[in-house]
Design a binder for this molecule. Structure first.
Ligand code: ARG
Length: 406
C-alpha cells in the first residue's frame, strides 16, 4: 500500500532535520521537504540536498519574495502595522505565506498532512495552524516539536544515532528567524530582560561607534503608500528593501528591544533588527501626516493597532483582515510624495516631506507676510468652541463650591 504523504516546512536546521526521520518512524508517512525563500542571507540549496540525504522522498525550494513583498509586507506598511507600536511583524507576516504554500503544495502533491517545526509555547504554531486549517480544514497538522518532548541535547543525540548531520560549529544559544523584513533573536542571555543584548546578536546593524561619522541622507518616494524610489531612482520592492536594509543598517538604525505579549499569554523578551522596515514606517507615517486630515489620522491609528494585533495573532486569512485592508487601501489614495530622512549614529529622523496632495498650506500656517488666515474669525470660533466647558464650569464648579461650604 502506498504511504501517506506529508509536506514539511523545512529550514535545514537541527529540529526540522530530526523531524524528517521522526515523522517517518512515528507516523509511517513519506516526507516531502519544502524550503520557502522569503529572503535570507542563507543559500537554501544545501538544505534541499540535506533533506534528501536524511530520507525525504522529495525536496524543493519555493521562491516567494515577490509575493511576500506585494501581498504581505507593503499592505502592512500601508496599514502602519507595528505590533505594540514597535515590532514590524517580519516573522508574523511570513508565517501565513508559508502556510499558504504548504497547503498549495500538499494539494498539488496529493499529501494528506503538513508539518512544521514550531514549539508549543510560541506564536508561530498558532499562526501556522490557524492559517492551514482556514485554507484547508481536511489537512492533518503534525508539529513534532510540540509532540516529541525532546530537549535540544536529546535532539542532537537522536540526530547522531540516526546519521543526521549536525553542524559541529559551536551552536548558537539563540533562536533566530529571519526574512527580508527583519530578524528576530530570542533565548540565551536575552531571557533576562535586565541584560543588555550582547553585540553578537546583531547581524544587520552596526553598533553606534562603528557607524559613519557623517550623516547619510536618503529620500524615499511613495505612490499611494507604496515606496517606489530611493533618492529619485525607481526601485522594485525587493531592491528597495535590500538597499534600505543596507544603508540604514550601516548607520546603526533598526534595532528593537521589545518585551512583548505573546498570543499564548507569555511575556517574552525579543530582539529585532529591521532597518528597512523602521525607516519605511517612519517615512510612510510622515507622508500620512502631510496628506491626511486630523480625524483620518486619529482613526487610522486605531486601525493600525487592530491590524497589527490580527497579524500578530495569526488571523491573516480572516475576513476582518480583508475588511481592514480595504479600508487602509482607501486611505492611501493621496499618500504620494517624497520623504527625506537623516540616518546618523543609530538614529533615523525624518527631516523633510513633500507631496502634490499636501494639506500643509503655507499661507495659512505662516506668521510672516502673505498670511491669509482670517484672524477676526478666531474670536467667534473660540466663543462657541469653549461654550460647553465654560457652561459646565459655571454650573458645576459653583455647585461644588456650594457643597464644600454647606
Ligand atoms: N516573537 C516574534 C513573533 O512572534 C518572533 C518569533 C520568531 N522566532 C524566533 N525563533 N526568534 O513574531
Amino acid at each position: 500500500m502506498e504511504k501517506k504523504k506529508v509536506i514539511l516546512a523545512y529550514s535545514g536546521g537541527l529540529d526540522t532535520s530530526v523531524a524528517i526521520r521522526w515523522i517517518q518512524e512515528k507516523y509511517e508517512m513519506d516526507v516531502i521537504a519544502l524550503g520557502i525563500d522569503l529572503g535570507t542571507d542563507k543559500d537554501l540549496k544545501p538544505a534541499e540536498e540535506k533533506a534528501l540525504k536524511i530520507g525525504a522522498i522529495k525536496s524543493m525550494t519555493i521562491e516567494a519574495k515577490e509575493e511576500f513583498i506585494n501581498s504581505f509586507i507593503f499592505p502592512s506598511l500601508q496599514a502602519g502595522a507595528l505590533y505594540e507600536k514597535v515590532y514590524p511583524l517580519a516573522t508574523a507576516l511570513g508565517r501565513p505565506l508559508i502556510a499558504k504554500i504548504l497547503v498549495e503544495t500538499a494539494e498539488a502533491e496529493g499529501a494528506t498532512a503538513v508539518a512544521h517545526g514550531c514549539t508549543g509555547k510560541g506564536n508561530d504554531q498558532v499562526r501556522f495552524d490557524v492559517a492551514i486549517h482556514t485554507l484547508n480544514p481536511s489537512l492533518q497538522i503534525i508539529a513534532p516539536l510540540r509532540e516529541w518532548n525532546m530537549t535540544r541535547n536529546d535532539a542532537i543525540e537522536y540526530a547522531q544515532q540516526n546519521g543526521i548531520p549536525v553542524e559541529v560549529t559551536k551552536k548558537s544559544p539563540y533562536s533566530i528567524d529571519e526574512n527580508l523584513w527583519g530578524r528576530s533573536i530570542e533565548c540565551g542571555v536575552l531571557e533576562d530582560p535586565w541584560t543588555e543584548p550582547p553585540e553578537e546578536v546583531y547581524k544587520w546593524t552596526n553598533e553606534t561607534k562603528k557607524t559613519p561619522d557623517t550623516p547619510t541622507y536618503v529620500e524615499i518616494g511613495f505612490e499611494r503608500g507604496i515606496p517606489v524610489s530611493i533618492n529619485g531612482k525607481a526601485r522594485d520592492g525587493l531592491s528597495l528593501i535590500q538597499e534600505l536594509n543596507q544603508i540604514a543598517g550601516e548607520n546603526g538604525v533598526g534595532r528593537i528591544d521589545h518585551l512583548e505579549n505573546r498570543v499564548v499569554g507569555i511575556k517574552s523578551r525579543e530582539i529585532y533588527e529591521s532597518p528597512a522596515a523602521i525607516v519605511l514606517f517612519k517615512a510612510h507615517h510622515a507622508l500620512e501626516e502631510l496628506t491626511m486630515t486630523k480625524d483620518a489620522l486619529r482613526f487610522k491609528d486605531l486601525v493600525s493597532t487592530q491590524y497589527s494585533d490580527i497579524v500578530y495573532s495569526g488571523l491573516w486569512f480572516s475576513t476582518f483582515q480583508q475588511d481592514l485592508t480595504a479600508y487602509v487601501l482607501s486611505t492611501q489614495r493621496f499618500v504620494t510624495g517624497t520623504v527625506r530622512l537623516r540616518l546618523f549614529k543609530s538614529n533615523g529622523t525624518v527631516v523633510g516631506r513633500k507631496s502634490p496632495f499636501s494639506l500643509y498650506t503655507h499661507s495659512l500656517a505662516t506668521y510672516d507676510k502673505g498670511d491669509t488666515f482670517e484672524h477676526d474669525a478666531a474670536t467667534g470660533f473660540i466663543k462657541i468652541f469653549g461654550l460647553a466647558t465654560k457652561t459646565q464650569a459655571q454650573v458645576q464648579q459653583n455647585a461644588a463650591k456650594g457643597e464644600k461650604q454647606g
